[in-house]
Design a binder for this molecule. Structure first.
Ligand code: AVI
Length: 342
């Protein structure tokens, strides 16, 4: 633990709650990111249909598998969004005159480099504050940022999105960046809850840059989530290995298979684990269990696909005004810039 004072990116009444774990990396005192999410897992597995919250997918192995997904030929999302950012970073940074860039769920911040590079070029200085629950990801982006952008101050925020963005000083002109179409993984309850909290945390004239995958021909969508190398299947089924580890469960990965499809009515890819044989699931530590019937599905993740105009209208209800819409030549993906109303 170092004895640094929390920087001015945090609101005055928040500063005393943040401590630095490593130099330039901050965490919220008293928050326990390692708390075992027993209640979430047990509750949703007892729902009908059974389902899981997507964040359980990202243990260390899950995070590695997701990085591998991003490089798959079928998974057009990452390279398409990266191309949009590379082409339009100059315009985005010129349109958003900010001092600070806060990235939500930054991972290794690979795509954000285009924005940092323009910030350094156009303004000669700035602050980069990625928020992530992975300390490894934050340390990697810190090392990269120090090396490539010494003129940009780095403050990594080791926290859940909401704890992180709610602590940012409202008078600091900030661009919040939420890429990768991660909003697509939020369900109908999580989506408004997230935007209500984010909009409330934004100061007047702050900006939001949002990456959103668009509705497109079904074959392209379904191939992106059912790759020929089986990496997506491994990523989705790995959640049960994680649950076994966290809760002492006995899911048998050899007795389940991956199934995904595009649900046209809900405009979302749905990713399931299907029991290929009946399994008596037990969680001895919680004194609980259920019978997972043959062919019964557990919904592990959804990935919603958007209509960019409707999304802009929806965010308008949260006080976010559309500023610009950037897309790729195929119009597969949208990067949307919004401004918080005064
Ligand atoms: C992180 N998220 C935006 C990915 C997606 O495309 O919905 C997660 C993913 N799941 C399977 N493949 C990729």
């Amino acid at each position: 633990m170092t004895q640094e004072t929390a920087p001015h990116i945090f609101a005055t009444d928040q500063r005393s709650h943040w401590q630095s774990a490593h130099r330039g990396i901050w965490f919220l005192q008293g928050s326990n990111l390692d708390a075992i999410p027993t209640l979430s897992i047990l509750t949703t597995l007892w729902d009908q249909p059974r389902w899981l919250e997507a964040y359980h997918l990202y243990d260390d192995h899950g995070s590695e598998l997701f990085e591998a997904i991003c490089d798959l030929p079928e998974y057009y999302l990452t390279r398409t969004e990266n191309g949009i950012l590379e082409t339009h970073a100059k315009h985005i940074i010129a349109a958003a005159p900010v001092e600070c860039i806060v990235e939500l769920g930054a991972g290794y911040s690979k795509k954000t480099i285009h924005l940092l590079s323009e910030q350094a070029h156009q303004r000669g200085a700035g602050i980069f504050a990625p928020i992530d629950v992975s300390i490894a990801g934050l340390l990697a982006s810190q090392a990269a940022a120090h090396k490539d952008f010494p003129q940009i101050d780095f403050h990594g925020i080791h926290a859940r999105y909401e704890d992180g963005f709610s602590a940012i000083e409202k008078s600091l002109p900030t661009l919040f960046v939420f890429l990768g179409s991660t909003i697509g993984n939020f369900n109908q309850t999580e989506f408004p809850r997230f935007f209500r909290a984010l909009a409330a945390a934004m100061g007047p004239n702050d900006y939001l840059l949002l990456g959103a995958d668009r509705v497109k021909p079904v074959k392209l969508l379904e191939d992106a989530y059912n790759d020929s190398r089986g990496i997506t299947a491994a990523f989705i089924l790995n959640v049960f290995r994680n649950i076994n580890r966290l809760l002492g469960g006995n899911f048998d990965l050899a007795k389940m298979r991956y199934h995904s499809w595009f649900n046209p009515e809900w405009q979302q890819i749905e990713m399931y684990a299907v029991a290929s044989a009946a399994q008596a699931i037990r969680f001895p530590e919680a004194n609980a269990g259920f019978q997972w019937l043959k062919d019964e599905r557990i919904l592990v993740e959804i990935s919603r696909k958007f209509d960019a105009n409707r999304l802009q209208e929806q965010l308008g209800f949260f006080g976010l005004t559309p500023v610009e819409h950037f897309t790729d030549p195929n119009q597969w993906f949208s990067v949307l810039l919004f401004r918080k109303q005064n």
